[in-house]
Design a protein around this ligand. Structure first.
Ligand code: OAD
Length: 257
């Protein structure tokens, strides 16, 4: 069996409110690189060059190329069994559910589109989205599938050079934090999937969820994360194997309640 602490909590049938946090590990088996693996994105592309406002100001062409490549790569990958299992959870769970992803890919929504999500389901891309761009003059956000080049005209201000990737860079504020913290305070189950626990504020969500004294907390990751000791329950192995299994347990336990 994978993992070090593995249990099916007996109280899962009473779960009414879930917050799920996902990171790059959930998309790894779809073929998207994680950030901190040996050959991960941050090995070949220094953070300060491609993921900071200062890097963008210094060399916008390099930064646009980095995100153009990653945007184009989205067209060649598909959601995997873990994304589909979370979509199944949103469909089958009748309580309130917030999915917060640090990922800028669109694999969760592509899995969800194939199902009917429940009315209480909410979805937050806290680090932005590859498939969106933002005008630096007006802050307008647009769906975007093409490359951004030095010649690309902004749809609102009709200027060149004003569009940037709709990505939260280091030193910028993650998106929708009040919504996330409110859900963390109220949730009775917090699940963290495929994240190394290196980047705050996301790495602090487990402590925030535990602060109410009510939430059961579960880590699902290939290996113990930086914050694994803060979780009540940890399951270590591949997301495509462990997430479908966990969702099945959760839905069947809840149906018993
Ligand atoms: P990391 O690259 O830091 O961590 C990915 C985690 O996923 C690691 O702990 C891996 O062990 C795990 N993992 C890899 N393959 C897996 C698999 N098949 N199944 C389950 N787990 C697997 O990525 P994040 O934690 O998402 O931010 O990184 C957080 C943030 O740091 C990113 O959103 C990005 C980055 O800098 C910004 O760009 C603002």
């Amino acid at each position: 069996m994978n993992g070090i602490r593995y249990s099916i909590p007996m109280h899962l049938h009473t779960v009414n409110s879930i917050v799920i946090l996902t990171g790059a590990g959930i998309s790894a088996e779809s073929g998207l690189s994680t950030f901190r693996a040996e050959n991960g994105l941050w090995c070949n592309h220094p953070i300060e060059d491609v993921a900071t406002p200062e890097g963008f100001a210094r060399n916008p062409v390099l930064v646009q190329q980095f995100y153009n490549q990653r945007r184009a790569q989205l067209l060649s990958v598909e959601p995997n069994a873990a994304h589909h299992a979370l979509a199944q959870l949103a469909e089958g769970f009748k309580g309130s559910l917030l999915l917060v992803t640090q990922n800028v890919d669109n694999l969760h929504e592509r899995a969800y589109r194939q199902r009917r999500a429940n009315a209480n389901f909410r979805f937050v891309h806290m680090h932005g989205e590859l498939a969106k761009v933002r005008c630096t003059e007006t802050e307008m956000v647009y769906d975007w599938t093409e490359d951004i080049t030095a010649q690309t005209l902004c749809p609102c201000c009709r200027e060149i050079g004003t569009l940037r990737p709709h990505i939260v860079w280091f030193g910028e504020m993650p998106l929708e934090m009040p919504v996330i913290y409110e859900a963390l305070r109220k949730c009775d189950l917090f699940i963290s999937i495929g994240t190394s626990g290196n980047v705050y504020p996301a790495a602090g969500f487990v402590a925030e969820a535990r602060a109410s004294g009510r939430a059961h907390t579960v880590e699902i990751n290939l290996e113990p994360s930086q914050t694994h000791s803060l979780f009540h329950e940890t399951r270590h192995g591949k997301a495509t194997e462990l997430v479908p299994k966990f969702v099945e347990e959760l839905l069947s336990n809840r149906n018993k309640g």
